[in-house]
Design a protein around this ligand. Structure first.
Ligand code: HEC
Length: 213
């Protein structure tokens, strides 16, 4: 009987001891700083040092935004926008006219794509047939661009590319909207319009009406 009582006493004392130990560990983890997470087991496992993209971080000793501009002369992987070697000068324009050749061929497929590009980026100024009678010059003070099949009918593809790259007078650059391939592609369509003939929008309209009769 006495043996049993002894065992009970020991296990009771052990339980009390364990409870005190547990409470001690529990309280020991508390810290006076309310924002402190207390004692953490391997904190870097779930608290990796993060760099917020638009946050400030110390990089090489200076505090700057984490998102950085690419280094100068960087070209995005897969981009076709390699540096354009002709300067934005009259000489550059003339040299482009002589030396630059379209790497794309006019096929049924490429012309279909080119027409989509033309409709998206050019038609509102240059008009459906490239006569300069798009909705912008027709409905505003914006001057009519010259007709592709009139004043521009012999314009070489290199000069067209140069103009798309830098813009010319009132026509803005299209380099940021269209990839190089798209620019060469749309030129294939412009060339089909250059061959159309006819300088006045009115003449074309009349012809169209004749045809549809
Ligand atoms: C906001 C109106 C506008 C848009 C959009 C526009 N153009 Fe023009 N474009 C003009 C004007 C105006 C000129 C005449 C520029 C000059 O010679 O002063 C011009 C000139 C041109 C020329 C003659 C350039 C030269 O070297 O003389 C070509 C070719 C041409 N545009 C093609 C295009 C193509 C292709 C697109 C679409 C990708 C386009 N343009 C979009 C207004 C526009």
């Amino acid at each position: 009987m006495a043996r049993v009582n002894y065992t009970i006493t020991v296990s009771k004392a052990l339980r009390v001891f364990l409870m005190i130990l547990f409470a001690g560990v529990l309280l020991g983890a508390c810290q006076s700083d309310p924002n402190s997470p207390g004692v953490e087991y391997m904190p870097d496992m779930y608290r990796s040092p993060t760099f917020e993209t638009y946050g400030e971080n110390e990089i090489s000793g200076t505090k700057i935004m984490s998102a950085r501009l690419p280094a100068n002369n960087t070209i995005a992987r897969g981009s076709d926008n390699l540096p354009y070697p002709y300067p934005n000068t009259i000489e550059g324009y003339e040299a482009a006219g002589v030396n630059l050749k379209n790497p794309l061929e006019a096929t049924e497929l490429s012309l279909a794509d080119a027409k989509v590009l033309f409709t998206r980026y050019c038609v509102h100024c240059h008009g459906k047939k490239g006569l300069g009678d798009g909705t912008v010059p027709t409905n505003s003070e914006y001057p009519q661009p010259p007709s592709y099949s009139g004043a521009l009918k012999d314009l070489p593809e290199g000069k067209i590319f140069h103009t798309l790259n830098y813009g010319k007078n009132l026509m803005g650059s299209h380099a940021s909207q269209m990839t190089k391939t798209e620019r060469w592609n749309v030129i294939l369509y412009v060339q089909t319009l250059q061959k159309l003939g006819g300088t006045s929008a009115k003449a074309e309209d009349n012809k169209e009406q004749e045809e549809s009769k």
